[in-house]
Design a protein. Structure first.
Lengths: 258, 107
């Protein structure tokens, strides 16, 4: 019967849409793979990667005393090469004090306000980016390993929900581009799968280092949706989901992206 | 924080060998053509020149312009003639001046 083949066709189409929904683990690709040879070369060599300048700033800040306690990061954590190894690959992580996951920037600021008794650093400020890049650098080459447990799962799910929800005047979801159409061109540029495996990273368009939240803000503005304030819970949930989605992928911090 | 520069010069080289030198310096390279949110123009603030001396002799110099991106990366090659010091001097707007040195051993 004709309606049967139509139904079968509709079902096949529906299944195909379902299959598009999530990228199979072995087909995930870092944004690095889609970059030009010259941009790759920039990232690969520390002396030509402009983010190295910030990593060196961060190294200097690591042992600089701050706040009324007169303590530096190094006074508690010692040598970052050992103590911070793999830490950035686990963030956002659950904070018992906050009762929810926090990202690396928030963790650094928590240390500042609680341990050093210093004012928190502003989001996207040179110093906070430098410290985050320095801590992140210690996880370069390690697999992403955020926690998926009873305490973090509700937040991963919240992030998944905002990842797949259509929003903004263009009525797009993150999924529309980064799951269903990655590799296609958007304004002449190949759309990446959107794995946050190199943040904070040096973006040529920005001509500076920036956080994942700055990148998410870019996407939201591009979709003509209202961006959240820096540090908003919604962003952190989304960061956590994206890191979970990129689990096992290699950290490239500090990466270079076009 | 003051400007930070990264210089990549081979530590050792054979006499007469062509060596590649790479330099990177942190600088905003503000073009002077942009306007802030208040509509006022942002004054130009760029690096205008890089001069490299090899044991005091000038071997490379370049002028930089507003169209060059932030954190200028300059690479060039030279011939390793003798052991000594390479001196890199960046100069720019608002009295910007940074000098860095790198040693090379030529056998």
């Amino acid at each position: 019967m004709w309606w049967r083949s139509l139904l079968a066709g509709a079902l096949a189409l529906f299944l195909a849409t379902l299959a598009l929904a999530e990228i199979p683990l072995d087909q995930r690709r870092s944004g690095y793979d889609m970059m030009s040879a010259s941009t790759k070369a920039m990232q690969d060599d520390d002396t030509s990667n402009p983010a190295t300048l910030s990593v060196l700033d961060g190294e200097a800040l690591w042992s600089r005393k701050a706040g009324s306690e007169g303590k530096a990061c190094a006074d508690c954590h010692g040598d970052a090469e050992q103590s911070m190894r793999g830490v950035a690959a686990r963030y956002p992580a659950f904070s018992a004090a906050r009762g929810r996951p926090i990202n690396l920037e928030q963790r650094i600021n928590l240390c500042r306000t609680e341990q050093q008794k210093a004012p928190p650093l502003a989001y996207e400020s040179r110093d906070l980016l430098a410290l985050t890049a320095f801590v992140g650098r210690q996880s370069r080459g390690m697999p992403i390993a955020v926690e998926n447990s009873d305490q973090t799962r509700p937040f991963i799910e919240a992030g998944r929900k905002s990842y797949s929800a259509r929003q903004g005047q263009l009525n797009l979801s993150c999924q529309n581009c980064h799951d269903d159409n990655w590799g296609q061109k958007l304004a002449g540029i190949a759309m990446p799968q959107g794995h946050p495996n190199g943040y904070p990273l040096y973006r040529l368009e920005w001509q500076s280092l920036g956080s994942l939240q700055r990148r998410l803000r870019n996407c939201l503005i591009g979709m003509r949706a209202e961006p959240y304030a820096y540090g908003a819970d919604e962003y952190v949930d989304l960061e956590l989901f994206l890191m979970w989605r990129a689990r096992g992928m290699t950290m490239e911090t500090p990466a270079v992206r076009p | 924080m003051s400007a930070r520069a990264l210089i990549n010069v081979p530590k050792t080289a054979k006499r007469g060998e062509v060596i590649e030198i790479r330099t990177l310096i942190s600088h905003i390279m503000e073009t002077g053509f942009r306007h802030g949110t208040n509509g006022q123009s942002i004054p130009r603030d760029i690096i205008t020149s890089l001069t490299v001396r090899y044991n005091g002799e000038e071997i490379f110099s370049t002028l930089l312009y507003p169209a060059i991106a932030a954190n200028p990366f300059v690479t060039f090659s030279t011939v390793a003639t003798e052991s000594g010091t390479l001196t890199f001097t960046w100069e720019g707007d608002n009295g910007f001046s940074v000098t860095e040195e790198a040693k090379i051993v030529v056998a």
